[in-house]
Design a protein around this ligand. Structure first.
Ligand SMILES: Cc1cc2nc3c(=O)[nH]c(=O)nc-3n(C[C@H](O)[C@H](O)[C@H](O)COP(=O)(O)O)c2cc1C
Length: 382
């Protein structure tokens, strides 16, 4: 079932709807002053603290932030989260992001490739592998498209972009807020399983700003997802983006009751950590921390909580709009430097040793964590 106006239409009108919407998302996201599209609560990292180490006993110049992701080496555990594609404007954003990812040696996620199924000319917007030959490149498709296209067709499209993995994004909050959104989410889990069973590419499941609850994250991994990307609350909120798209400047948008929907990223990570045995905590989880990460200290805390990688979208899209590839490179350099600072001040020479760094939480955060863990228990027995 679909809501509103976009339930029918020719291929051309579908293509136009997709490209107009994608352009509008970018416009809204880049003009923060007019629209509040980030969750005011933040992602929770401000309530988590490292125990300072006054005697680090390491040389900061010898800190090694390298990790492996999807069989490729990264200079630090970072993903440029899926942002865009399919605006049919030559995609300067994807070109700049790909170039900056290659320069910084971090992973790069393309935006939804849905448009490729309606407009083959859009292929050039996504064909950026030659600009980022050495880093993991992720193709992206929405949950709703899993019902529209055969799993093999989707995987072949991802492989035609020379992607290292396929990301499936879950966005029920965005779809229900969107005029004409795809609101039939029945059968998505089976469709994900069908993609996994074809065994052509690793499958990564991500949200789009409301988070994946811990139990669901473990369930997805148990069913064969290679990674889950939390994309939790506290950063870009696509429910708000959709409302802003259709109600420019409307007071309804400002007061809307879903302004703080979703699970903050740091809270999900902390809950996943509690649910692991102390021995397991030394290893990274196949979990990407994203949604509201805004600096290298947020990234360091995510890694200490057990994430394998951290990711960001909005700050990089904005840096690109302001100063192109150089702007993106500047943000990536800053994040890397801040990560190194956090590692020095916790006496962590490598990423595995950062995972052993001690953390403590504000009382409010601990209370929220207990609440979430109790809800998870209820889910288990309910
Ligand atoms: C302009 C823009 C476009 C996005 N497009 C996609 C997309 O096509 N597919 C997707 O999975 N996520 C998309 N996202 C969501 C991001 O990948 C990310 O999950 C979300 O923005 C939260 O991260 P942030 O707080 O660092 O922005 C987009 C985000 C932005 C800002």
């Amino acid at each position: 079932m679909r809501t509103g106006i976009a339930s029918m239409g020719s291929r051309a009108s579908k293509r136009n709807t997709i490209t107009v919407r994608k352009k509008r998302h970018l416009e809204v996201c880049l003009r923060e002053k007019n629209f509040r599209i980030e969750d005011v609560r933040g992602a929770g990292f401000g309530a988590i603290h490292f125990v300072h180490e006054c005697l680090p006993e390491i040389n900061a110049d010898g800190i090694d932030t390298g990790v492996e992701f999807l069989g490729k080496k990264l200079s630090f555990p970072f993903l440029i989260s899926c942002i865009t594609g399919g605006t049919l404007d030559g995609s300067p954003l994807n070109i700049s992001l790909a170039g900056a990812a290659q320069r910084a040696r971090v992973a790069f996620g393309l935006g939804s490739m849905r448009i490729l199924f309606h407009e083959p000319k859009a292929y050039k917007d996504f064909a950026v592998r030659s600009l980022a030959p050495d880093v993991p490149l992720l193709a992206n498709i929405g949950a709703a498209q899993l019902a529209e296209f055969a799993p093999l067709r989707i995987l072949e499209a991802a492989q035609s972009l020379d992607a290292d993995a396929l990301v499936v994004h879950l966005n029920p909050g965005q779809e229900i807020a969107q005029t004409g959104g795809d609101v039939d989410f029945r059968g998505v889990m089976d469709a994900i399983s069908a993609l996994i069973e074809l065994n052509r590419l690793p499958i990564i499941i991500k949200e789009t700003g409301h988070g994946i609850r811990p139990r669901r994250a473990r369930d997805l991994l148990a069913r064969g997802a290679a990674w889950v990307d939390l994309a939790g609350a506290g950063g870009t909120d696509f429910l708000q983006v959709e409302l802003a798209c259709r109600e420019e400047g409307s007071p309804d948008q400002i007061a809307n009751p879903f302004a703080s929907w979703g699970l903050p990223t740091a809270l999900i990570l902390a809950a996943l950590r509690v649910q692991r045995s102390p021995g397991d905590r030394r290893e990274a989880m196949p979990v990407i921390a994203s949604g509201g990460l805004r600096n290298g200290l947020d990234l360091a805390k995510s890694l200490a909580l057990g994430a394998g990688l951290g990711g960001m979208a909005l700050p990089l899209a904005r840096a690109c709009a302001e100063r192109g590839e150089e702007g993106i490179t500047g943000v990536l350099d800053r994040i890397h430097h801040e990560l190194i600072m956090a590692m020095f001040l916790t006496g962590s020479r490598t990423i595995p040793s950062l995972r052993r760094a001690d953390l403590y939480y504000d009382a409010d955060f601990t209370a929220l964590l207990q609440g979430l863990l109790a809800a998870e228990e209820g889910y288990a027995h309910g």
